[in-house]
Design a protein. Structure first.
Length: 202
């Protein structure tokens, strides 16, 4: 029980640092509503499960040990975040409103969150580095499975909080000047993360 609790404590602290998923969920909520933002949080949690399972099976470690595969995935993730950043910056330049865009449902938000998390190789490296520290040899499959499930629940709960926050702030952020500033900020942050990921891939 102690390794499981220790793992949750470290994972909870790590989640306090905002990452690409945070900005994707927040902007999805502001642009498409709380339902889409919560779906994006669920998609990010599903992506985290994929990384966790890959780590348990040793696939994440194999990826980390393969420079070519690691570089390709890093560049793909950087490209995806750069695309999201460009969309946000374009919205800032055009003065698009943050709230009330029709046509984006929960499925689109889920896919956005899933791709955002899967494209972030650092999530896989996190699992690869952390899991062996808390899974004693011969512990069986139950402990890592519980860790993966618990981490996914934490990710969903934390990011859903951002979706709730975004929904609460939607009214205040509906003003054109505020929407332009936030779109520009989120776009710049996503582009900066994309550039950092692309730079780290070489």
């Amino acid at each position: 029980m102690e390794p499981f609790v220790s793992f949750l404590a470290v994972a909870a602290v790590a989640m306090l640092i905002p990452g690409p998923d945070t900005f994707v969920v927040l902007r999805t909520t502001l642009a498409d509503g709380r339902r889409a933002g919560t779906s994006a949080a669920l998609g990010a949690a599903a992506g985290n499960v994929c990384w966790g399972v890959a780590s348990v099976l040793g696939l994440a470690a194999a990826l980390a040990a393969s420079p070519a595969a690691h570089t390709v995935l890093e560049l793909a993730g950087a490209g995806y975040l750069a695309m999201l950043g460009a969309v946000a910056l374009r919205a800032a330049v055009r003065g698009d409103a943050l709230v009330g865009r029709a046509g984006a449902g929960g499925g689109a938000g889920w896919r956005r969150g899933l791709v955002s998390d899967l494209a972030n190789v650092k999530v896989g490296l996190f699992w690869t580095a952390l899991l062996p520290q808390f899974v004693p040899p011969g512990s069986g499959p139950l402990l890592p499975a519980a860790m993966v499930a618990a981490m996914a629940a934490l990710v969903f709960a934390w990011l859903s909080g951002y979706a709730l926050l975004g929904a609460r702030l939607a009214g205040a952020l509906a003003r054109p000047g505020t929407a332009r500033a936030l779109n520009g900020t989120v776009g710049a942050v996503l582009l900066a993360v994309a550039v950092a990921m692309a730079g780290g891939a070489h």
